[in-house]
Design a protein around this ligand. Sequence first.
Ligand SMILES: Cc1cc2nc3c(=O)[nH]c(=O)nc-3n(C[C@H](O)[C@H](O)[C@H](O)COP(=O)(O)O)c2cc1C
Length: 182
Amino acid sequence: MPKVTLIYGSPSKKSTSAKILTYLDNRLKEAGVDTRWISVRDFPAEDLLHANFESAEIRQSVNWIEESDAVVIATPVYKASYTGLLKSYLDLLPQTALASKAVLPIAVGGSPAHLLVIDYALKPILYALGARAICGGVYGLDSQVTSHADESVSFEESFQRRLDSSVDEVLDLVQNKVTQTI
Ligand SMILES: Cc1cc2nc3c(=O)[nH]c(=O)nc-3n(C[C@H](O)[C@H](O)[C@H](O)COP(=O)(O)O)c2cc1C
């Protein structure tokens, strides 16, 4: 059974990016994937602030990434980039933590103005961490995600299509054991 780790990079507990990541998680599970979440906001704050490479929680998460065939990484856009919280975690990963893994970047913003954040901010750090099979990625807007009274979530149609395609892309890379596309 393929393994996929989902890295959640928002400081908020209930957020648009969590809703998107949950949707992707469910789609992956339906396809028979074993998934695990790394929620950066749940690490001890001191470990992140003081760059504690010895942190048991951080080490555990590194093991999960090592065991994974793919990683989905989701972040809100903060000041035209990924969150500082996510950066504080990525700084603690080994230099080649993402080598030999398919990686799907997801970013969500309040405006289309930062559409390129995946290409100019997220992909370079994924590459620096050894990723060579980086999917195109999906940029979404708050306005494309609707929460309903019964706690269900729906997505604007074209956005949902892009999410579904991104899941297919990850599954294709994982099932064909593709570790380099760039
Ligand atoms: C501190 C902060 C900075 C933000 N900066 C941007 C930005 O530069 N560009 C943008 O499109 N949205 C920006 N936003 C809006 C968020 O990216 C957007 O609302 C996102 O959906 C929040 O994600 P979350 O609900 O998953 O935490 C910012 C929000 C906050 C709280």
